[in-house]
Design a protein around this ligand. Structure first.
Ligand code: NAD
Length: 392
């Protein structure tokens, strides 16, 4: 059938298998051209199907020729609806990896559960013996913990209500949006879902089962962003969760002294997770414009291949005073932020297409779902039922 995008505010309810394949192929081609050289051999990627996790899997697989096991939570097509983009991305990734003789297997299920942790451990034991790198790139709205408690993540402030300009994604107009303060249980819920507890549980489970090298590298992803978005991000519920994640890296290093545990603070980019944060999409559209003009705009694949090439596998890993790797260095540079603040003050519905890269924002958005990719014939019939080779 012919598949078209169906956009509802910050989500697209369809995905295009051929477009997702093209997207993955373009990322593979980029990574191969980077000549990364040093890297891991057996990499477990938790949250491997879209955004930063997919870019990490592609960088490990095609930049370092590493074997990868990818964990994610995606839906296959049921014959009526398309699969989710992460499903199609993974099918394409595995096919390309197998063609290149690179090991790639995947597990689709709830990474927070004991069942998926056990399944992963069994697979590592059977196929690898031990993993030498674990990338933690989950972005989830809720988590059932190992005791059966359900936690829900919120995107709210932790102090007073916050009102700012925002992009109404339904019609590209500038509106004012108020984000309400969270109740204590919402702060707690966000920390439980997006903090470091589950990352620690993964590492402990892998250690207990003896399926992770003693000096393995583990990296989780965080975000800080500019002062402009502090009330909703850095000082908001999600920021509290990220501080917990960052602290977890320290606790891990103390508990397992030979383990190299890092948090990498990445750049703001349009992904399924970040498009849902209020106020932030307008910041993205302005940031894209400024960074493209300055000449240092990056997408997920550029960020992660730079992380591998210039940070993770150096003699000593460069970090800030808090021990974090700063991949947001270019985003937070004085020049970029000064220009972003100037544009933010000026932006209105009338000038939003000139002042911000709203077109670039939407191109990234559509491409996440496999649409608007050059070289794909969207008028052709495609089969939406696609198999991931390693999943029955
Ligand atoms: P994303 O939505 O593109 O990816 C999320 C991944 O998690 C997908 O592979 C999805 O299948 C998986 N997932 C979600 N729930 C799951 C579950 N219960 N079990 C198994 N897998 C599950 O998100 P992203 O933006 O790439 O975010 C990844 C990480 O990077 C997050 O920690 C995020 O905070 C961080 N980060 C994002 C940005 C940004 O601007 N996008 C910036 C800095 C850091």
């Amino acid at each position: 059938m012919i598949i078209e995008p169906k956009v509802r505010e910050f989500i697209c309810t369809t995905a295009h298998p051929e477009g997702c394949r093209e997207n993955v192929k373009q990322q593979i081609a980029y990574v191969k051209a980077q000549n990364i050289k040093k890297g891991p051999k057996k990499v477990l990627v938790i949250g491997a199907s879209t955004g930063y996790g997919l870019a990490s899997r592609i960088t490990a697989g095609f930049g370092c020729e590493a074997a990868t096991i990818g964990i994610f939570f995606e839906k296959p097509s049921n014959g009526k609806r398309t699969a989710t983009p992460g499903w199609y991305n993974t099918a394409a990734f595995e096919e390309e990896a197998h063609k290149a003789g690179i090991y790639a297997k995947s597990i689709n299920g709830d990474a927070f559960s004991c069942e998926i942790k056990e399944k992963t451990i069994d697979l590592i034991k059977k196929d690898w013996g031990k993993a030498d790198m674990v990338i933690y790139s989950l972005a989830a709205p809720r988590r059932t913990d190992k005791n059966g408690n359900l936690w829900v993540s919120s995107l709210k402030t932790t102090k007073e209500a916050f009102t700012e300009k925002s992009l109404d994604l339904r019609n590209n107009t500038i509106v004012e949006k108020t984000v309400e303060p969270a109740k204590p249980e919402e702060i707690q819920g966000t920390k439980k879902v997006m903090g470091g507890e589950d990352w620690m549980e993964w590492i402990e489970a892998l250690k207990d089962a003896d399926v992770i090298e003693e000096n393995a590298l583990t990296v989780a992803y965080s975000y800080i962003g500019p002062e402009l978005t502090y009330p909703i991000y850095f000082d908001g519920t999600i920021g509290q969760a990220k501080r917990h994640l960052e602290n977890t890296a320290k606790v891990m290093r103390e508990k397992f002294p030979k383990l190299q545990a890092y948090v990498s603070v990445n750049k703001a980019l349009v992904t399924q997770a970040s498009a849902a944060i209020p106020i932030v999409p307008l910041y993205f559209a302005i940031l894209y414009k400024v960074m493209k003009e300055v000449g240092n705009h990056e997408g997920c694949i550029e960020q992660i291949s730079r992380l591998f090439k210039e940070k993770l596998f150096k003699e000593s890993v460069p970090t800030d005073a808090e021990g974090r790797i700063r991949m947001d260095d270019w985003e937070l540079s004085e020049e970029v932020q000064r220009k972003v603040v100037e544009a933010w003050k000026q932006v209105t519905t009338e000038n939003v297409t000139e002042i911000s890269d709203i077109e670039g924002y939407w191109e990234d958005f559509y491409q996440m779902f496999g649409f608007h990719l050059a070289g794909v014939d969207y008028t052709k019939d495609v089969d939406m039922e696609v198999k991931i080779p390693s999943i029955d």
